[in-house]
Design a protein around this ligand. Structure first.
Ligand code: ARG
Length: 462
């Protein structure tokens, strides 16, 4: 098929080259953005007297009919087309004739594609923002429902100190709050219209770029036409944000995978978020969490992909940039689907609080508190640390916990030990005394929770 850009050449491409050159298989997703962008452009051309009002009206109704035909299935986007921009323009000319040929005045595919991509990704940002917001609500509910549940906190995946399960949940809330703020920030920077940059140098027509930008919901326009068509920072920035969201989801998923193992049994997922094995009848696998952990890798790959595509490109547009879309679409869709699965999976998960408590009782996670007890009674911390270390070693040898040692025995180790030692090292005391700001004591955790609720009330998202 001869190309619309035939002229300088006859436009007939070698078959392999034609397939290689085509981006329709993935940029067809942007048909709505392409049509909206063109309608706004045509309105501006008419307002500035660059094309006649009648032609603009024909263009608008032609584009609207193309849009509804695509939406209702009457018009199929042809896989033979070079890209979505060419497909829609050719279809418009087919429908309205010569007026359609005026649409591309004072515009190039270079600024057109840059516009469409920003518009498409802006919508994705809104969806992802809503999904993060929803997840934050689920986390807040999970934290609230389980205030009082004590579990072991870990460092090096070794039992470290007792914590509240809610405290652990609220740590993730902080991560997703930052993710939302990063997304909003990236959105703000990408929310400027490149249309009117034309091929690279701007245009001799007296256009009104601001008018198009306002019509399409942008905050303003890109200031430099060469940057307008070359900039794909927003793809790299969004993929960085997506990568960090996935990294957080992956860490959370990893914990859920561990917690739902028979060795831990801290959590049980609802049946509709787990799978069985084709051979082992006893299995209940946390596949969704594993998939999220796995899919994190592909989003990182998408980020590396765009950075590498861009790194050697001279200004302005280069066809390499056609490689921007698949990665950023994939990244956005992966984050969207992962968040959409993760939130209800967490919401329906059962917290097995007794198992958590049992695990917290073992492993000497109150040893720090015993050292603090001695320190508060006058022993230098380093000496107390060593003394308690020796007691733990003795317990391990004798198969005992710190609570099992008699007061007489404690007294023979140090005269500072008194009856109140048992209360000082109870899990409840260990948790409740940690009311430093951001600490795990329930007073502090409840404060964090109410801060989160307040945040959720005021947060509008992207
Ligand atoms: N399909 C192209 C892309 O995605 C559209 C822009 C084409 N511009 C050009 N000068 N060939 O980048």
């Amino acid at each position: 098929m001869a190309k619309m850009w035939a002229g300088r050449t006859d436009g007939a491409l070698n078959k392999e080259a034609d397939d290689f050159n085509s981006s329709i298989s993935f940029d067809k997703k942007m048909y709505k953005e392409d049509i909206c962008g063109s309608i706004a452009h045509a309105a501006m051309l008419a307002a500035k007297g660059i094309i006649g009002k009648e032609d603009a009206d024909k263009i608008t109704s032609g584009l609207e009919s193309i849009f509804s035909d695509i939406e209702n299935g009457a018009l199929e986007i042809s896989s033979d087309a070079e890209d979505i921009h060419m497909f829609i323009e050719a279809e418009l000319i087919k429908r309205i004739g010569d007026a359609g040929k005026k649409l591309h005045t004072a515009r190039s595919r270079n600024d057109q594609v840059a516009l469409d991509l920003r518009m498409y990704l802006k919508e994705k940002c809104k969806i992802i923002s809503g999904l993060i917001y929803n997840l934050l609500n689920v986390i807040a509910d999970k934290a609230e429902e389980n205030v009082g549940v004590i579990m072991p906190g870990y460092t090096h995946l070794q039992r470290a100190q007792p914590i509240l399960f809610s405290h652990h949940m609220l740590a993730y809330a902080e991560m997703f709050k930052r993710d939302l703020s990063r997304l909003k920030d990236a959105y703000k920077r990408m929310n400027v219209s490149p249309l009117g940059s034309c091929a690279l140098a701007g245009t001799t027509y007296d256009t009104d770029r601001e008018m198009v930008a306002v019509k399409l919901g942008f905050d303003g326009v890109c200031s430099n036409s060469m940057d307008g068509v070359s900039d794909r920072d927003f793809c790299a920035e969004l993929l960085s944000v997506f990568s960090i969201i996935m990294m957080h989801l992956s860490r959370f998923s990893e914990e859920i995978i561990i917690w739902t193992s028979w060795e831990f049994r801290f959590m049980e997922l609802s049946d509709d978020f787990t799978t069985g094995s084709s051979i082992m009848p006893q299995k209940k696998n946390s596949d969704m969490a594993e998939l999220i952990r796995g899919k994190t890798g592909r989003v990182y790959g998408d980020l590396m992909g765009i950075l590498t595509v861009l790194k050697g490109l001279p200004l302005a547009y280069n066809k390499d940039m056609q490689e921007d879309k698949e990665g950023v679409f994939d990244g956005a869709e992966t984050v969207e689907k992962s968040l959409a699965v993760f939130a209800p999976m967490l919401a329906g998960a059962k917290v097995l609080s007794e198992n958590m408590y049992e695990a917290a009782k073992k492993g000497f996670i109150n040893a720090t508190d015993m050292a603090d007890y001695l320190t508060k009674k006058g022993m230098p911390f380093r000496t107390a640390y060593k003394t308690v270390g020796e007691i733990v070693g003795k317990c391990v040898k004798e198969g005992k916990t710190l609570e099992d040692i008699s007061l007489d025995e404690y007294k023979s180790i140090s005269s500072l030990f008194e009856e109140d030692i048992y209360n000082a090292i109870s899990l409840e005391t260990c948790v409740e005394k940690r009311i430093s700001q951001g600490g795990t004591g329930s007073i502090s955790v409840k404060k964090q929770l109410s801060e989160l609720r307040k945040y959720l009330k005021n947060e509008k998202g992207v």
